[in-house]
Design a protein around this ligand. Structure first.
Ligand code: ATP
Length: 515
């Protein structure tokens, strides 16, 4: 197994062992691509949501929140284009009976071409040592030029086929490039067909198409249909935004990457309504602002990048992804889309209700344009976890420790109170007393179920930034030690100051001030 694959496996095991994520209904062998969040997982997920919500709603006077229902009138999905166009191209392998997304098979082929280029570069870098000029080599190497040319040709062909919904062309590409089933190597493929990703269910006693409801595949439409309600009841003036966090459902064809691609997931979306013609300025603004939000967490810049869409969705006139270096490579974490007036205009047409804004400065009414930021909460969770989980040498000792280097504001438990010895009644009673005062300030844990070393290791593994150790000096002079997770430094402080010290360091405010 490759190192990244090994690392990813470890991460999944860690998530389960430490109560972050469990497979759904595991006693029945789980449900594919559906997961449950455990006690630490729900805390971390809530902290991610809080960070997003505060960054969007609390820090922007002109952004307000809503919480719309998952079920919506079925016409919503006709107007949004999801009934007709929310499809993925599906292909089956006749031998293995495995199902794939045709575009993803071709993308994997492109990644292989990219890997060949990277290999050439790495080989040359080794050969030339310090004198190696990467740009010069890439520009001059005939082999790199050959692979890069092939890669570009495939990219353009794929973008064109996807935009045109040309399924025969996708099949032709798979055959021409001799793309095989990644699991079995078989090239015995069916034709490519469209597969709609929406889950449907039936409303009450109404049979047939009339009563057919969809589980929303994105939260955005709840915002669009409430656009005028919100604008009128909050008296917001354009430009303004509406934010929402909520569940979305997609019947994904291939969902094999843990919580990266789920069938039930959560989105954090914000639709920003702007004057037509100004959308590109706002698009640039939100690109930059959202990147800042990621960087403020301490994620190294080289783990994040922008990726412009080659193939625009049916509603967009510009779109970019923020990609993160997941253990399985750079993948989309967040999308920023300029959606024009596509959604509002279609809802206006199908509902027969005006969805316009009277602009007092221009003295005219128009259907606003929209710039959207859309991030999956679960994908963000995976990004945070995969960056935070490290195994490191304990300074000054000969063993390693598993450490979850979460930003303190995101950590599920902010501080643990640990008695130095678990079978000393006085220490235990004092530690409990301290815990009982701290629990009113932040999420705190009391633990006396092992030796102090074992208790520290457990807190390191769930990312607790501070451990308060209660020892014999505490009984005498009322001081405790605060152990800092990353540096392992210990500070001796009076018990009365602990709440304030920890509070200051774990506050969400410190993160928000970086934006
Ligand atoms: P992908 O290309 O990976 O399928 P997408 O372009 O369809 O994603 P969007 O429709 O732009 O995704 O959704 C916005 C965000 O919602 C994505 O950036 C991602 O973080 C999240 N998301 C989308 N689909 C899923 C899913 N199946 N599981 C978890 N998160 C998802």
């Amino acid at each position: 197994m490759s190192q990244p694959a090994e690392q990813f496996k470890k991460l999944i095991a860690h998530c389960k062992e430490y109560g972050f994520i469990y497979p759904s209904s595991e006693i029945y062998d789980g449900l594919s691509a559906v997961y449950d969040y455990g006690p630490n997982g729900v805390e971390l997920k809530n902290a991610i949501k809080e960070y997003w919500w505060k960054a969007m709603v609390q820090l922007h006077e002109n952004i307000v929140g809503i919480d719309a229902a998952i079920f919506m009138h079925p016409k919503t999905w006709k107007a949004s284009g999801h009934v007709d166009a929310f499809n993925d191209p599906l292909i089956d392998n006749k031998d293995s009976k495995r199902r794939y997304r045709a575009d993803q098979l071709i993308e994997a082929y492109m990644e292989k071409l990219q890997a060949k280029i990277d290999k050439e570069v790495a080989r040359a870098a080794k050969r030339f040592g310090e004198a190696f000029d990467r740009d010069k080599f890439v520009a001059e190497s005939p082999r790199v030029a050959k692979y890069a040319g092939q890669l570009e040709a495939v990219r353009q062909r794929l973008a064109k086929a996807m935009s045109a919904g040309d399924l025969a062309e996708l099949k032709a590409m798979i055959e021409e490039y001799a793309i095989a089933d990644p699991e079995t190597g078989s090239r015995n493929w069916t034709d490519v067909r469209q597969f709609n990703l929406m889950f449907s269910t039936q409303l009450g006693a109404i049979a047939g198409e009339e009563g057919k409801l969809y589980l929303r595949p994105e939260t955005a439409q709840g915002i669009f249909v409430n656009f005028l309600n919100v604008q009128k009841t909050t008296r917001q003036k354009i430009p303004f935004g509406i934010a929402q966090i909520g569940k979305a459902f997609r019947n994904e064809i291939v969902a094999r990457q843990f919580i990266f691609r789920m069938r039930e997931f959560e989105q954090m979306e914000m639709q920003f309504f702007v004057r037509p013609g100004t959308e590109m300025e706002w698009y640039e603004y939100w690109k930059e602002h959202r990147m800042k939000w990621h960087l403020a967490l301490g994620t190294p810049p080289e783990k994040l990048r922008f990726h412009d869409h080659d193939n625009l969705a049916h509603y967009a006139n510009a779109a970019v992804d923020i990609e993160f270096a997941f253990p399985f490579g750079f993948r989309e974490l967040e999308g920023i889309h300029s959606r024009t007036d596509f959604d509002l205009r279609n809802h206006q047409e199908l509902s027969g209700k005006k969805l316009q804004y009277f602009d007092p400065e221009l003295q005219q009414s128009y259907v606003p344009y929209v710039v959207e930021t859309s991030i999956g909460c679960d994908r963000m969770f995976l990004a945070v976890m995969s960056h935070a989980l490290v195994e490191e040498q304990v300074p000054g000792q000969d063993h390693t420790r598993e450490l979850l280097k979460l930003h303190p504001a995101l950590a599920p438990v902010k501080c643990a109170v640990l008695p130095l010895k678990r079978n000393d009644d006085q220490l235990v009673a004092r530690a409990r007393q301290i815990f009982d005062t701290l629990k009113y300030h932040f999420n705190c844990q009391y633990d006396d179920t092992g030796s102090i070393g074992k208790l520290y290791r457990r807190q390191d593994a769930i990312g607790t930034p501070y451990c308060i150790t209660v020892d014999y000096d505490t009984l005498e002079d009322g001081t405790v030690t605060i152990r800092e997770r990353d540096t392992l430094q210990q500070e001796r402080v009076p018990v009365e100051r602990v709440a304030q010290i920890v509070q200051e360091r774990v506050r969400m405010e410190s993160l928000l001030r970086r934006l």
